[in-house]
Design a protein around this ligand. Structure first.
Ligand code: PHE
Length: 490
């Protein structure tokens, strides 16, 4: 087969690919989402499942996505259509690309709203709003922001315009350069924050929370109702950990595939994937180590939800010397981290519009950005005028629903299909040629992608959803007192 060429261009080197893919992976998922879902699901055990998912599901699937992208050299929709033709398989595999485009819309719509909060915090930190303010005051500042739909809408609009602008220009000219400098800076700043957290006197509690597993927390979800702790059997924490592994590595929706399609030939896919996943995991763990000591030092709630970092880190900035400067810098860098992820959420759809609808990049970016912006209104309102129970479905706001559906259902399903395609449909000669690995390494990947990764994803999806578990849930709730004794919570 003659090698395909991408009409969209190519990264200038392996390093640039690594930077772009790391820019996609490291984002709000690491600094905003990881701490708050870890807090909601009780810490240590959740973190262990998340790390396992990264190692045995995330890395092999990331390798598969890069490999498919580089072989197809087009938008994920067309790449999958072409590769399935090449393998004599059903053209329906392009569904992977379509569901990725949809997941990209869903994720970016709320991602942009949260990135908007971060933008707003750049201004607040810059104005010195946090200086000397206590935990309660910081909470008020946060609530004032999110309860005002007009302000949040304005920030969401600005962030969306920024993302559209970069994608319209093409990735190479703008963001790629910025990311080179900004990612290391963000990491250094997180370390500075960990330094502060060490001095809160609660660093050990923070570490214990993050790394001491209590496996009951993976099986039972508890809440306090009328002074009594009620627990239910639930597969949800394990599913959330798996979903987050996909989310944080940007897998299962074509972002890494499309970045792979711009990757030069003759660069190591396996080495790149391990490096990207390692950097991404490190940022998340360091963020956790900075945030939880501050949570415990100030008597805050680890399960406070999506506002967690916005209610903890400003306390540190308000109290530390130079906090005015560091605080502003931190939120600027957070915006950059979000920005370099946002563009990869739109790129698969834009690439397809350019390929199949003959659009210019500018036109395509405007269309995709506009549609996503409208969908984002639902998340803007989820924290104010639509936060009431009458606007909830399955006890979730619009924002929660989109996040749950995209991250915990669509990305794992997309990843499952990618694993099945590259392990069972694609001939080994093809994948072997693309990877150019030593036989032992290839064999290892091949076993993971053929058996282990798909089975793990299926097991978690089934475990979190089987009616048996739902039935048990009902049983437990109706005999709550005895169930509490069984699991020794009272
Ligand atoms: N990985 C990004 C983050 O952690 C989010 C993302 C998901 C980006 C899916 C692209 C695709 O913030």
């Amino acid at each position: 087969m003659t090698e395909r060429q991408s009409i969209h261009g190519q990264w200038s080197s392996r390093l640039v690919f690594i930077l772009a893919a790391t820019g996609s992976a490291v984002g709000l998922g690491n600094i905003w989402k990881f701490p708050y879902i870890t807090g909601e699901h009780g810490g240590g055990a959740f973190v262990i499942v998340y790390l396992l998912c990264i190692a045995v599901v995330g890395i092999p699937i990331m390798m598969a996505e890069i490999m498919l992208g580089r072989r197809g050299r087009q938008s994920p929709i067309n790449t999958m259509a072409d590769l399935s033709k090449e393998e004599g398989a059903n053209g329906g595999w392009s569904l992977i690309g379509w569901s990725g485009v949809l997941a990209g819309f869903f994720i970016l719509s709320y991602y942009s709203v949260i990135a908007g909060w971060a933008l707003a915090y750049v201004v607040r930190a810059g104005a010195g709003t946090f200086t000397g303010v206590d935990a309660a005051g910081i909470q008020t500042i946060f609530n004032d922001l999110i309860s005002d739909p007009e302000r949040v809408l304005a920030w969401h609009t600005l962030f969306m315009l920024m993302s559209m602008f970069v994608v319209a220009k093409g990735v190479k000219a703008g963001l790629e350069k910025a990311v080179t400098y900004l990612m290391p800076a963000l990491f250094v700043l997180l370390i500075v924050l960990v330094g502060y957290a060490m001095n809160t006197g609660y660093f050990v509690q923070g570490l214990e929370f993050l790394f001491t597993p209590d496996f009951n927390k993976l099986i039972y979800e508890c809440e306090v109702v009328a002074g009594l702790e009620q627990c239910e059997i639930s597969g949800s924490p394990v599913l959330v950990a798996l979903g987050h592994a996909f989310f944080t590595l940007s897998l299962g929706m074509g972002a890494i595939m499309v970045y792979g399609s711009y990757m030069p030939k003759k660069t190591s896919i396996a080495g790149s994937a391990v490096l990207i996943a390692g950097l991404d995991t490190m940022v998340a763990l360091v963020a956790g180590m900075a945030i939880f000591p501050i949570v415990f030092a100030n008597g805050l709630e680890p399960g406070a939800g999506p506002g967690l970092i916005f209610q903890t880190l400003p306390i540190a900035f308000g109290a530390m010397p130079g906090g005015h400067f560091f605080g502003t810098l931190f939120f600027v860098l957070l915006v950059f981290a979000a920005w370099s992820s946002a563009i990869s959420l739109i790129e698969p759809a834009v690439a397809w519009l350019v390929e199949n609808r003959n659009m210019t990049r500018i036109r395509a970016s405007v269309w995709i950005g506009l549609t996503t912006w409208v969908l984002g209104l639902g998340s803007v309102f989820s924290f104010n005028i639509w936060s009431g129970d009458e606007f909830k479905l399955f006890d979730r706001t619009f924002f929660d629903l989109l996040d749950y559906l995209a991250a915990n259902i669509m990305l794992p399903l997309g990843g499952l299909l990618i694993a099945i395609f590259s392990g069972w449909i694609m001939k080994t000669a093809a994948s072997q040629d693309e990877f150019a690995m030593r036989p032992a390494g290839y064999k290892f990947w091949w076993n993971l992608i053929r058996y282990f990764s798909p089975l793990a994803v299926i097991a978690v999806l089934v475990y979190a959803n089987i009616p048996l578990i739902k039935g048990l849930k009902v049983l437990l709730t109706s005999s709550m007192i005895s169930s509490q004794q069984v699991i020794g919570i009272v």
